[in-house]
Write a protein that binds this ligand. Sequence first.
Ligand code: URA
Length: 267
Amino acid sequence: MTDLEWAALLEWYAAAGVDLGVGDHPVDRFAAQAALQQARARPVQPIAPAEAAASHAPVAPDAEASPVEAQALAAAADTLEALEAAMNGFDGSPLKQRATQLVFGDGNSEGRVMLIGEAPGREEDLQGKPFVGRSGQLLDRMLAAIGLDRTQVYIANTVPWRPPGNRTPTPAEIALCLPFLFRQITLAAPEFIVSLGGPSANTLIGQPVSITRVRGQWRRIEIAGKTYPLLPTFHPAFLLRQPAQKGLAWRDMLTLRRALDGTDIPV
Ligand code: URA
């Protein structure tokens, strides 16, 4: 290609929102999926803080990095503040190298509902808070429709660092951060969990699911020996692209409202 053609191609990528070139090496997606399943299967063992500190050796920042260190750090954190500090000190995720900062959580960690999105976007990366961009504004309206706001719910993501170019996090990236998410859920101990979008539903259910099939139906998931009712629904970013689906999402919000009111008990 000529220089002019290369420049046109780069401009085209930039216009499509691709602001970083990553992935020079082929990624074995099957191995990554297996890693995600293994990470879910491995119980989170509480360990002594000294042991956790000793295991905090730098991890090569590649897609194959093991979740073992993340697990040790997560298990040693006995408050959300300690967990946030541990995640800030964790260098094993390649996502962290490219993100501006950790996007840990927002809202009321003692609220009855915990909402879990996919990954921080550009605005979230800059502000350090989940769902503060356009999707977040829609999420706030969805919550307001059933009388909730951020003083009553807790919000986090499957991965706490922004994937380059806002792409979906890979199964390996999610697997690496999963011990942190599970610990965050355990420490927040919500009464109800709402997953936003397909990747979050897949992660919490522990297998690939069709979000259009599973949305709006309560199911039970187990994390660190405790069972939580999970309600999958659409991601607000999807609703911004497909406003015709908003009716279904609003229906899901009413399902959540009934559970909160105790008028409809999740299975
Ligand atoms: N989308 C997400 O999944 N999470 C955010 O925090 C923002 C946008």
